[in-house]
Design a protein around this ligand. Structure first.
Ligand SMILES: [Zn+2]
Ligand SMILES: [Zn+2]
Length: 501
């Protein structure tokens, strides 16, 4: 996102902009925020009971407003599956069979998964034994004259690689010497292995980082994994070395560093058994969807979506800005109990309005773990995307203090004209998004990728962002209500006019 696109300066009072304002109720909104961000709801982590309670709270408010359910089977819920934390479980094991011995690696103790496969990629199962190939650092950098995969075929096999990169402490290295190049990243290594048809990537510390327990520690404190292409496991190096007697990690690394030649080779006597279905856990979470049906026979087939994510980080973890506070409730009052409260208030006020177009209200789950809820909505909309004329997103609107940032207008100038028309009706200063906000960072991205014009409301990052201190005490409820009123007026205006743009 470019630096502060000042919308405010461009806004002038148009003639005849007076709209029927329905005052949003700041007390009501603050009550929603207090409840959603309470310790009782545990930070609304995906896959936790706190998120389910929040979903039921949102659905109950939609019901109170006498909105129609927009979810599956006559309910307010759209249910979908997410990938979650695997639990340390001694029954879940990886087994490496060497020439004469079998070595078990227990989940959480001797190995942990870093990534899992795509849901549609072929899975391994416990009964299947994959052949093992050692591939040095797992790096293919032909431009630097180095390719661990040059002489080995890894298709259908498991590949063992080191973390980091060759010649790492050598300032003369063709890599970057003391600072790591992108080749050292696990995701890059996974992608190289995957492109060559490997079925599993087994990662051990390189000899320069035998004491490096950083990844293991992160996993222990916050066992979450990403769903990225192929299974990748981090395995206890010393235990692998004992299991594979004819593979000497230290001498292989020394030879790579000194000769700058790959030392990759198949390990003909060794196999590994790995059941990736036991390495991942899935949970069901729910978007909460309500509909205010339009009354115009033609226009009611079209919809304006108002959305806000209601999930947050639970007890912290991978996405927390305070990793040492993992285990503490991340209350998420601003992110995004505030946007959820605005959504509920807009839904309540719009419910009885009998507008020409249909309004759809959505509280998204699983935003914090990759905009998954909004992607699910876009793939399963109650009103087709082709007839969704606009989406209004509210994410972090809790700290306006006199102004609000509005994003997305540069993509749809006609929306900017709509906002401009509403500017005189609000006491808030309207700004563009400030630097530091990444376009596509919230649920509006799922809609603009689907070709729907979007507008997003945001009141800025702060020191409590993604920390346990994002509490309701710092919320400016009156300002939130002003934003809700503005977003409501925008939704009404989009749902009313013959041509939205
Ligand atoms: Zn958010
Ligand atoms: Zn967030």
């Amino acid at each position: 996102m470019p630096a502060a696109v000042a919308v405010a300066g461009a806004l002038s009072a148009p003639a005849g902009a007076a709209l029927d304002r329905s005052g949003a109720d700041s007390d009501r909104m603050l009550a929603h925020i207090k409840h959603l961000s309470s310790d009782e709801l545990g930070g609304r982590g995906n896959g936790t009971p706190g998120l389910e309670r929040a979903a039921e709270y949102v659905a109950a408010r939609f019901r109170d407003a006498r909105l129609q359910p927009g979810g599956e089977a006559g309910t307010f819920y759209q249910t979908f599956e997410i990938t979650l934390t695997p639990e340390a479980d001694p029954r879940r094991a990886v087994v490496i069979s060497g020439s004469s011995r079998e070595t078990r690696f227990t989940l959480g103790t001797h190995y942990h998964p870093l990534f899992v496969r795509d849901a549609d990629a072929p899975s391994a199962n416990a009964a299947e034994r994959l052949a093992l190939v050692f591939a040095g650092y797992g790096i293919s950098a032909p431009g630097l004259g180095y390719d661990d995969y040059r002489d080995v075929d890894v298709a259908g096999k498991a590949v063992i690689v080191f973390t980091h990169e060759p010649q790492e402490n050598d300032p003369e290295s063709v890599f970057d010497g003391q600072s790591l190049t992108p080749y050292a990243g696990i995701q890059m290594k996974a992608s190289e292995a995957r492109q060559r048809g490997a079925r599993l990537l087994v990662v051990v510390e390189d000899p320069a980082h035998v004491q490096d327990r950083a990844l293991t520690q992160t996993w222990t404190e916050d066992p979450q994994i990403d769903d990225l292409g192929m299974p990748v496991i981090r395995v206890d190096r010393a235990r692998v070395a004992r299991a594979l007697k004819d593979l000497d990690f230290n001498s292989a690394a020394r030879r790579i560093d000194s000769l700058f030649q790959p030392q990759s080779r198949a390990l003909p006597d060794a196999t590994i058994a790995f059941d990736d279905s036991t390495a991942i856990t899935r949970a069901r979470v729910r978007n909460v969807v309500a509909i205010a049906r339009g009354v115009d026979p033609a226009l009611s087939r079209e919809a304006v979506v108002v959305g806000a994510h209601y999930d947050h980080l639970g007890l912290g973890g991978r996405h927390s800005m305070a990793p040492s506070a993992t285990g503490t409730v991340h209350n998420g009052a601003d992110d995004n109990a505030s946007g959820t409260a605005a959504l509920l208030e807009i839904a309540r006020l719009a419910a009885g309005r009998r507008l020409p177009r249909t309004l759809v209200f959505v509280a998204f789950a699983a935003e914090e773990i990759g905009l998954i809820g909004s992607r699910h909505y876009v793939d399963h909309p109650p009103v087709p995307m082709a007839r969704t004329v606009a989406m209004i997103n509210l994410d972090m609107i809790g700290r306006p203090r006199g102004r609000v940032m509005i994003g997305g207008l540069e993509r749809t100038p006609a929306l900017k004209a709509r906002i401009t028309a509403l500017a005189p009706t609000t006491s808030l200063r309207l700004d563009g998004f400030a630097e530091g906000y990444q376009d596509g960072a919230s649920d509006d991205a799922s809609f603009f990728r689907a070709g729907v014009p979007t507008v997003s409301f945001f009141t800025g990052f702060h020191g409590d962002y993604h920390r346990p201190t994002d509490d309701w005490g710092s919320v400016d409820a009156a300002g939130c209500a002003e934003i809700a009123a503005l977003a409501l007026d925008l939704a009404v205006s989009l749902a009313t006019s013959g041509k939205p743009f």
